[in-house]
Write a protein that binds this ligand. Structure first.
Ligand code: FES
Length: 58
């Protein structure tokens, strides 16, 4: 699957976020932010990160 940038402020890609969620069993946006730094800038990517979390943890 092609990777794409989810968080432009911190230059974090979808695959980086998915890998972190999978390998560390992350459940919340806060945990993803703490681990990857995604979402710690403008906050504009929060919805996209939450969508990945919802999809992976459903
Ligand atoms: S795009 Fe992720 S914090 Fe700004």
């Amino acid at each position: 699957m092609a990777d794409k940038t989810i968080c432009f402020c911190m230059a974090v890609t979808e695959n980086q976020i998915r890998d972190a969620i999978k390998s560390k069993n992350l459940k919340t946006l806060e945990e993803v932010s703490n681990d990857t730094k995604a979402g710690t800038g403008c906050g504009g990517c929060h919805v996209a990160i939450q969508q990945i979390l919802d999809e992976m943890n459903k």
